[in-house]
Write a protein that binds this ligand. Sequence first.
Ligand SMILES: [Zn+2]
Length: 690
Amino acid sequence: MAEYAARNWNEATMNENPLLQFEELPPFAHITAEHVEPAIDHLLAENRRRLAELLDGLQEPTWETLIAPIEEWEDELERAWSPVSHMNSVVNSDELRAAYNACLPKLTAYGTEIGQNEQLYQAYRKLAESDQAFNAEQRKVLDNALRDFHLSGIDLAADKKARYKEISQQLSQLTSRFSENLLDCTNAWEKRIQSADALAGLPQSAVELARQTAEQRDYDGWLLTLDYPSYFPVMNYADDRALRRELYEAYNTRASDQGPHERRFDNSEIMEQILALRHELAQLLDFGNYAERSLATKMASSTDEVIHFLEDLARRSHPQAERELAELREYAASLGHDDLQPWDVPYFSEKLRQQRYSISQEEVKPYFPETRVVPGMFEVMSRLFGVSFSEVEGVQAWHPDVKFYEVRDAQGQEVAQFYFDLYARPNKRGGAWMDTCQSRMVTRERCQLPIAYMTCNFTPPVGDKPALLTHDEVETLFHEFGHGLHHMLTRVDYPEISGIAGVAWDAVELPSQFMENFCWQREALDLFSGHYESGERIPQAMFERMLAARNFQSAMLMVRQLEFSLFDFRIHREYDPSEGGRIYPILDQVRAEVAVIEPPAWNRFAHGFSHIFAGGYAAGYYSYKWAEVLSADAFSLFEERGVFDPETGQSFLRNILERGGSKDAAELFRAFRGRDPEIDALLRHSGIAA
Ligand SMILES: [Zn+2]
């Protein structure tokens, strides 16, 4: 069993409170909504009291008197909050959501308070500047902490500090209003359909969804909405061009001054304010603009480097994207459609793909039963990194479907554990993700192993038939397990930089995108696929069609991602208070430079771009492509030396997966690859000629 030391809960916190009563694994079954807020309140109060007490009594700070106790308290908070936040995502209820939302602002306020605690900052500085001996990891923890204090405005004069707080609060309100407008506008629109003929071309499942949505809203017919599961099939499959145009317009004018929404949810002013405040905040901290501020915690070293990176990729992909579009135009023309508009592009693309590769997700599914995919994936990881996985029976979780596993290293030593929650069900957030239950942390007193939540939303097994996965779903599973391995195989002892903690945002997708590559290698594929009835391998001809279809229109997709990335980066980098955001003029410039499809003048894409106006991707959307260069280039070493070359696998384990955020991403990459990243492998994998 794992070397879990008993939790050192303060006696006072060991009351009736189930959130605070676990010694090894979180007591999911006993966490109830009414306990959450008092438990978090209690912990925050405890942490504040303990911190004040520590700082008041502190003479000469050392690692053991300053950092170690703070790590313990922060860890307690993480382990109390993590199961709540996770359950809010996977077994949501009104009560739990209310409790969760009640705690969020308290936790945010606590974080800001720590970031601006002058006494604490001075203690960190004193420690960092002392002549005490620190190992490299401890030095990294201290450097990161000082950097983050600076980015929280700690060394500003009092008036500027106050302004910093004000801006932070306004920004959090504005970004939240941006999301609310987008959500409300999306929800406010619906399209009633009286006859099923109008939905010709749609897959049966999409027609059924439209019918079910209508029933839920007491309408006798079919109902389309702007939710993705409704919008996406219409754009891809609806034969009725006017219907596609209508949905395209409604979707691409959401929360704006255009389209059918009558300016009711207009984000225009909010977007201007967000850009202005971010710029002011960056300048308060002595950055030239918000793009520079964004890079302070990322791998890319300068804004010029990011712009050159994106423009270079655009230059290389653009000619092929033009050719792909020309092909599509020709194909549409051959069917009698000369005037290809943006609302025709997905529709004819889907038809062309079917015609050219005759491959469908449905056809491939019988070869990917979950019962082969999961053990096969473990086998792939075992061959690569020498790790092994075994299920532990009888561990209580939040739902009977959830499984629990132990992970052991090549020596048989237990190194991590994870919860595995594979199937879709009501009240579970969509998509797939890895999240942290607890982090690796080794102190004088105890060794805490990392635990991960691995969450997917696959179709559950029906009857005796195992769950059958699409190839996309298998790829998603490998992707999330890449994040999971990064969190679980870490050897770093300090929770601030162990696993994915402290890894630069533009490098964090390296292990995840790296693992996806194994889904496209015959050698690996045969380990985790096989017909669910006959056990037969995927026929080579089918595999070749899958490979061929993989890069269909990849250059068009690439330039679209580059358009978003350049737009995001430039509006933050070029912000000028005297001219305002110039959001659409800059978008038009970017499009003229990199895009191949010209949207209509009334398109208001940016008004719904929540990644950058409401999410964490501001001046950081480029991270997707940036990390893809790293993951493709890392994988190219396996292509050179063999997909399961044990030495290369060990090197990836030692230099990347185990190191977490303990060194800069560029340094770790160089240690593995023997040189700086190169772009060629990404272009080759995307089918774009170098
Ligand atoms: Zn990811």
